[in-house]
Design a protein around this ligand. Structure first.
Ligand SMILES: [Zn+2]
Ligand SMILES: [Zn+2]
Length: 312
């Protein structure tokens, strides 16, 4: 038995090979996650979600059936009705435990798990991050003739092109920029002829002439972006930054206006000074001559000049 075990274990991936999470390990994790279709792994709670299974080495084989590609162990994960709450909870706990226990005792997945950081969403807290998305959106929109978003984003995510005016983009008048931005913000990446979510690994084949997408509902049911409506939090973060930015811009414009008002009294006082320096008679004459064709009798002019002189 021991001999059989050791012979078997020599074919297994060893812990030392997985000590550091490298690109290959992550790619393999994503390949495992891709095998879970909504209808194959239907209605599973968070404890045994597709992500939790894939993080522990399990690949989806069929309806409610997962398998370890390394040690070939299998788990059948049929759940009783949720109405039988006691039975249901117990079964979920059993399956959750077997995600570790069912692996062969020398299988690396008995000791290893893909770190949680791969499913964590990064907060958007700076203008630089938004600018990065805008730049990526510019690249993205060049790939498509037409982009139309459908679903909840139409009402839940209001950005005007003028909000981007505060950022730097040369595609401000292209409505596709906004759509591309909204797609990228929710973790969709262009990969050849398909769009792929970095987090749930859903892949959607696309039409380059006309992309129609619901950037929220297109995620798998277990995507972290859908968990606790994380996508709404993301919208709030972006709106907060854009609104803070436009407030700052308004304050800037306000301060320029204040500056103009400070200059105005200076101009007025210079005019007054100019008035005083020119002898009034010459001043009035020059005004009348420049404004009208001078057909006023000089005596009258003298008269009015004298009058104005007397009032001064
Ligand atoms: Zn295994
Ligand atoms: Zn997703």
């Amino acid at each position: 038995m021991m001999l059989k075990d050791s012979k078997f274990s020599s074919h297994l991936l060893h812990l030392s090979q997985l000590q550091t999470i490298n690109h290959k390990t992550l790619d393999e994790y994503r390949d495992r996650l891709k095998t879970y279709e909504d209808y194959l792994w239907f209605g599973k709670p968070d404890r045994i979600s597709a992500i939790e299974c894939a993080r522990r080495g399990w690949t989806c084989q069929n309806n409610d059936l997962i398998k370890c590609a390394n040690c070939h162990a299998e788990i059948i994960a049929q759940l009783p009705s949720v109405l039988n709450i006691h039975e249901y909870t117990e079964r979920v706990e059993n399956i959750a435990r077997s995600l570790v226990d069912a692996h062969h005792r020398y299988c690396v997945w008995k000791f290893m798990i893909i770190p949680e950081s791969v499913i964590q969403l990064t907060d958007i807290y700076s203008n630089e991050t938004i600018n990065k998305f805008v730049k990526e959106a510019e690249e993205f929109l060049l790939q498509f003739q037409q982009i139309d978003l459908v679903g909840q984003l139409k009402t839940n995510f209001q950005i005007e092109a003028t909000d981007f005016d505060l950022l730097s983009s040369s595609y401000l008048n292209d409505p596709r920029l906004l759509s591309a931005f909204k797609i990228l913000v929710f973790y969709w990446k262009l990969k050849g002829s398909s769009l792929s979510c970095e987090k749930c690994c859903r892949e959607i084949s696309i039409n380059r002439n006309h992309l129609i997408l619901d950037p929220i509902a297109s995620h798998r049911a277990w995507c972290p972006i859908l968990k606790n409506e994380q996508w709404k939090k993301r919208i709030e973060q972006i709106e907060t930054i854009l609104h803070a930015k436009s407030r700052h811009k308004l304050e800037e414009i306000q301060s320029i206006n204040d500056h103009t008002e400070q200059i105005l009294p200076d101009i007025i006082s210079t005019q007054n000074l100019f008035h005083e320096l020119i002898p009034s008679k010459e001043y009035y004459r020059s005004c009348v001559q420049s404004t009208y064709v001078d057909n006023t009798p000089s005596s009258e002019l003298e008269h009015s000049t004298n009058n104005s002189k007397s009032t001064e």
